[in-house]
Structures are given as C-alpha cells and as structure tokens.
Ligand binder design. Sequence first.
Ligand code: UD1
Length: 347
Amino acid sequence: MSRIVVTGGTGYIGSHTVVELIQSGFDITIIDNLSNSEIEVLSGIERITGVRPDFENIDCTDYMNLDKMLEKYTDIEGIIHFAASKSVGESVQNPLLYYHNNISSLINLLELMPKHNIRHIVFSSSCTVYGQPDHMPVNENAPIKPALSPYGNTKQICEEIIRDTIHATPQINATILRYFNPIGAHPTALIGELPNGIPNNLLPFITQTAAGLRSELRVFGNDYDTPDGSCIRDYIYVVDLAKAHVAALQHMLAGKKNGQLDYYNLGTGRGLSVLEILDMFQKVNDVKVPYKIVERREGDIEQVWADSSKANKELNWKADTPLEDILRSCWQWELHLKERREQAQAQ
Ligand code: UD1
C-alpha cells in the first residue's frame, strides 16, 4: 500500500478527495490546522469509507512540526497539497496573511520532500490564473494574466515556485491542477462545503437562500456580453474533481521519468450563466430562491469555461456527472446542515 499525505484534507475539496483515495486503496494521512474546517469531517469520511484516516493537526507553515511528522512515516509516496487560504475578498484586506500562508506552506513541503524521499506532489491551482482568457474554451497553453487579487497571485507564484523547483530538483515530480468552479457535495450528504460566515461563492449562497438563512440572492450584473447578461462559469462536481486527483496521482506513480511537471485544466467544458444555474437549481429541487439583480462584483470576469481535453486524454478522466444530480447534492447537503443545526439547538 502506498501512503498519501493530504494537506487541507478536512476541507471541502480535500475531504472529497480523501474519500476517493481511500476507495482507491491508498493509506491516507491528513494534515490540517482546522482553520477553515471541522474535525467532525473525519467521521463523515469514516462513515462513507469505513476507514478513519490518520489526522495530524499541523499548520503547514510550521516547518519543524511538519518535518517531525513526516519523519514518523516511511511509506509516503506523494502529497496532495490543498491547505491554503482561499477567500478573494479577505486576501485583498489581508494580503500578507495570504502570501505567508499559501507560499510558506508550499515552500516547506517542497523543501521537505527530498529530505523524506517523497517524489510526487499534486498542487491545487485555479482557473483564476488565466484571468479573462482571449479564447474559449481555455486550454493549458492560454497566457497567464496579471492576477486580480493577492489570492490569485499566490496561485501564480506557487505555480512558478513549483516550476523552478522541479527544474532544480528533478527527483520531484509535480502535477498542477487548475480547477474551474467546484460545486456540490458527496451523494451521501455526509461531507460537503462548510462556508465560514456569509458565503462568497454562488452555490452556497443559493442553498442558504433556499433554506431561508439569507433573504435573497444578489445576482452580480445582468449587463455582461453573454446571452442572458449574467456571468458564465464552468461548474464542476466536487466528486468528479476529487476523482481527477486520484487519476493525476496514479498517472504520476506510473510514470518513469523524473522532474516531470504537468498542468491540467479541470472543468466540464460547459459554460453556464448565473441565471441558468439558479433556474435549474429551483427546478430540480422544487424550491424557490428569491433574487435580485445588483451591480457587477468588482474583479469578476465575464465568462470562462474549460478545455479539459488534456486531462480527459492523459488522465483518462472526465467530469460527467449530470448537472441535475450535482444541484440535487447541493440541496441535500444544505438540508443535512439544517438538521445538524436543529439537533444542536435541541441539545
Ligand atoms: C471565485 C474566485 C476565484 C476562486 C473561486 C474559489 C473571484 C473573482 N474569483 O470564483 O478566484 O478560485 O471563487 O471558489 O472572486 N455570484 C452572484 N451572486 C453571489 C455569488 C456569486 O451572482 O452571491 C456570481 C458571480 O458574479 C460569478 C458566479 O456567480 O459570476 C460564480 O461566483 P463564485 O462562486 O464566487 O466563483 P468565481 O467568482 O468564479
């Protein structure tokens, strides 16, 4: 068996990936400082898979403890690095927090990998690196545009750090995954996204409005140059995204070369507008989501969707879950959270 270390493994995408890794036969150690997740996520993972992964409460910016922890294991084959701060707005308010967290964590891991004989790393990046692309769908060769936020900049800088490190230290291989817009929750509704405070992202805001926690959704702009005037994104099911990590890892483990660096866009190839998503969500779940059109949100790009044919071909992976099922999973997870709140109140 081979062991994979998953940093940020109790987070949204991390937890779904841990489930898929366990179900593919990997031993897992999660490293997370629980700054934006809950320890109960481990129970959700255990209920789904029957396995409770090893857990280490460590901040990846803490070199000494990271080093000590990695020393304990002799069977680590790879790292999937999710642990990072990810709120665009917060990064504008507190850029140093973002530069410090996101960049030092990666540097620590890259420094420690050769020391502990760990050969493979998968890095969570974002389609944000492309800004507003000139051609659609966007493929991996599209130019990297100036970042619109410190958060976006950390993703670009981390990608550069990885590229330079692989060049200088070819015993390490890396795969950089550029996510489009991950949505949905595990079909069991035992794990999902736990937004901290008022959600910034579209789907959690929609589900919270449908659940009555928010009075109305604000649709940011209907005067874009798109068929219905609202922005277009490529919404990818989090479980499909999680499976892409397993595929990427297996691809690396099977590879013979050293110093390999690959980039993959992970999306569905289908662009949907805010109003289309909203309409479908209400239809498939038979719920109402009050909304109003407001001003454009600063920093939003008009439209972006992925050309994921490289991942389809090389990783033998495809995001193919029907949108209706994805939107149902969003609502089922919100209902699960509602139940949890009611149980907590009753106690
Ligand atoms: C955002 C970040 C992106 C990051 C990703 C992480 C920005 C500019 N981009 O992507 O860098 O990687 O989150 O998940 O913040 N919308 C509304 N009303 C809402 C919320 C969203 O109309 O209350 C619209 C937005 O204008 C956008 C779409 O829904 O058109 C998706 O928004 P969101 O879920 O925040 O994702 P991105 O902005 O694409």
